[in-house]
Design a protein around this ligand. Structure first.
Ligand code: KIV
Length: 272
């Protein structure tokens, strides 16, 4: 059991900021449905991200772009029904906040009202400043997301490490400072050099949550399907697999199939 699990009954955005102040690392994982969220919450994870990666993991799309606001609300409500302790953050999906700040606020309000989530996450820096401001002004906590921003995949063309060049690194630092100044409670840093993460984490009072961003981030986030080894074909360097669930499930399901075929299931004690 982590120290945070003992200390906090319910994690809030303030708890995460306190963890940074106290030098305690923040654990975050994705979840998209009730059963998984229950396991993740019971295991003591501090924050759960209902990521738009649901577009890949749950729906089988190649990118995060197709998932809709209604679908995100469906995933988020299922997660919220399971969670008793973790802070639940929900991604605003592509197309629900980029066109204008009023639409961004309407989308964020729908997520908060219809799912019961605790905060929203938006990808981008200066380009989405007015949307972030508007959402924050309505009292909705916002988490930023810089570095590799999968909703802009067609602009960059690849999922390789971002901000290696000085100009892009400088912009990322400026964006992070701007998000903090606006009032965001944390920033996700995805796939950037560890040295840059160190600079950003040092410059910010709010926590940085890294994915492929090195050890200096104030917390770490992973996609639960990757951590459990359900997505066995995805093997980036930053990923630590804690299980090989694809293999284990494959064996278990194969055994079930053969038991049914061999008339071994159900046996006498498994029927009425
Ligand atoms: O959608 C998602 O899962 C994310 C994480 C990769 C940070 O945004």
């Amino acid at each position: 059991m982590s120290t945070a699990k003992k200390q906090y009954k319910r994690i809030t955005v303030k708890s995460l900021i306190e963890m940074k102040q106290q030098g305690e690392k923040i654990s975050m994982l994705t979840a998209y449905d009730y059963s998984m969220a229950k396991i993740v919450d019971d295991a003591g994870v501090d924050a759960i991200l209902v990521g738009d990666s649901a577009s890949n993991t749950m729906a089988g799309h190649e990118t995060t772009l197709p998932i809709t606001l209604d679908q995100m609300i469906y995933h988020a409500s299922s997660v919220i029904r399971a969670v008793q302790r973790a802070l639940v953050v929900v991604d605003l999906p592509f197309g629900s906040y980029q066109s204008d700040p009023k639409e961004a606020l309407r989308s964020a309000i729908r997520i908060m009202k219809e799912s019961g989530a605790h905060a929203v996450k938006l990808e981008g820096g200066i380009e989405i400043k007015d949307s972030v401001k508007r959402i924050l002004n309505a009292g909705i906590p916002v988490m930023g997301h810089l570095g590799l921003t999968p909703q802009s995949i067609y602009k960059f063309g690849t999922y390789t490490v971002r901000a290696r060049e000085e100009k892009e690194a400088e912009k990322l630092i400026e964006d992070a400072l701007m998000l903090e100044k606006l009032g965001c409670f944390a920033v996700v840093l995805e796939k950037i050099p560890a040295e840059l993460t160190q600079k950003v984490a040092k410059a910010l009072r709010i926590p940085t949550i890294g994915i492929g961003a090195g050890a200096a981030a104030d917390g770490q986030v992973l996609v639960i399907h990757d951590l459990l080894g359900m997505t066995h074909e995805f093997n980036p360097r930053f990923l630590r697999r804690y299980m090989n669930l694809y293999e284990e499930m494959n064996v278990a399901i194969g055994q079930y199939v053969s038991d049914v075929k061999n008339k071994d299931f159900p046996n006498d004690s498994e029927q009425y």
